[in-house]
Design a protein. Structure first.
Ligand code: SF4
Length: 403
């Protein structure tokens, strides 16, 4: 049985290190241009080279997203950009637009190309078409069912990649103009303002300002809002389907999200592939995924067309826990240096989580500044020292239950 790669988002260098530490086999990231997350803290050209070197030193692959749909007037800039990244030894470039793919071919003929979800591959015939164009891996659209994935595997020899976790569009990925029309921010250029997640009302055109609620049920009016994808319960089915890569969405999400999602899917994937016969779903995986920001979970289209319950009739983001800090250094005296991300007071009860589903609850009764002066509270961007009652590791996260 082949173990699929676990592919994680790396929105910046810190998130890349977290993704790798928590068990990603590969990461995908965007450079300064054409990468569909123009509002993310993207890598510079130098940063891309450093990221690839860091990942390769740890046996982790790196894919660069070049998956936006450029305009004619952007083509000279596309050429220059692809020439700039050509010397960087990415394991593949991720693209969707045939013109971009042709340009990669011309500038970097030996470069492996993966087809982005933006190409909306929903059938084995489309997958076969892309395979015949020399595409080495195809991201199957989130709109494909498990049955469709299995049939595609039987007919297509190129690598197949499926999303297992993260936000869903209410439209096919990239085929949406809501954000462009309503805010001028173009989703196809990576600037989506996510208006599908806003609340909507009905207004009669001669009575502006009089809002009539649109109520699909007693809970609300968020008619375009999809729950987030979560396929943690279907790891055996996905491995059995023969997919090559399980992809996690979320280059804009924080380190808490990256760490939690990667460690859960890593644990499930390792548990299943080590011993399929004795594999059992662990409730702790769902408990962990409930702790991070999400909008309710759905299995999307995997088991068939989504039903009413897959819509989230409520704009709230759910999460039971929030990040407090990141272990930045372990010190010779057994204490750790923590980079504080959210205000914390001495006496708080926190969770320390680490790779491999390590987890412990501790009372943070005392902590000091870097010089050893006791503190009663600490603020974001401050560094504190803490003596934990167990050995912690660099990149462990400190989080607490939300009030
Ligand atoms: S508005 Fe919503 S559906 Fe449209 S591209 Fe943005 S996230 Fe996707």
């Amino acid at each position: 049985m082949k173990t699929p790669e676990l592919l994680a988002p790396a929105g910046n260098m810190e998130k890349l290190k977290i993704a790798i530490h928590y068990g990603a086999d590969a990461v995908y990231l965007g450079g300064p241009k054409f990468g569909l997350r123009s509002l993310a803290d993207n890598f510079t050209i130098t940063g891309l080279a450093e990221a690839v070197a860091y990942a390769h030193d740890r046996g982790v692959k790196v894919y660069l997203t070049v998956n936006s749909y450029p305009d004619n007037n952007e083509l000279p800039e596309l050429d220059r950009y692809l020439e700039e990244v050509a010397p960087i030894p990415f394991d593949a470039l991720i693209a969707a637009d045939p013109g971009v793919i042709a340009t990669i071919r011309r500038i970097s003929p030996r470069r492996e190309i993966h087809l982005s979800t933006q190409a909306n591959t929903t059938t084995w015939r489309s997958a076969l078409f892309w395979q015949e164009q020399g595409i080495r891996r195809i991201n199957l659209a989130r709109e494909m069912s498990l049955e469709g994935i299995v049939e595609t595997r039987q007919r297509v020899s190129a690598g197949l990649e499926v999303f297992v976790h993260g936000a869903m569009c209410v439209s096919y990925s990239g085929r949406c103009l809501l954000s462009s029309v309503m805010t001028g921010r173009n989703a196809n250029k990576g600037e989506c303002a996510h208006p599908c997640r806003w609340g909507y009302a009905l207004v009669e055109e001669t009575r502006p300002g009089e809002y009539f609620p649109v109520v699909e049920d007693e809970r609300g009016t968020f008619i375009f809002n999809s729950r987030d994808l979560c396929l943690i319960r279907y790891i055996p089915e996905l491995v059995g389907a023969g997919v090559d890569s399980l992809k996690i969405e979320g280059r804009m999400k924080g380190i808490n999200y990256v760490a939690s999602v990667v460690r859960v899917y890593r644990d499930a994937l390792d548990a299943y592939t080590a011993d399929p016969a004795s594999y059992r779903f662990k409730p702790v995986w769902m408990e962990e995924l409930a702790k991070i920001s999400h909008r309710g979970y759905t299995t999307g289209f995997l088991l068939g067309k989504p039903q009413d319950l897959d819509q989230e009739y409520d704009s709230r983001y759910l999460r039971s826990h929030e990040l407090v800090g990141l272990v930045e250094e372990t010190l010779p005296d057994g204490s750790v240096s923590i980079g504080v991300r959210n205000h914390i007071e001495a006496g708080a009860t926190v969770e320390v989580i680490g790779a491999g589903m390590r987890e412990a609850v501790v009372l943070l009764d005392t902590f000091t500044d870097q010089e050893g002066t006791p503190l009663t509270e600490a603020h974001p961007n401050q560094r504190i020292r803490v003596k934990l009652p167990f050995p912690a590791e660099r990149y462990d996260l400190i989080r607490r239950q939300k009030p």
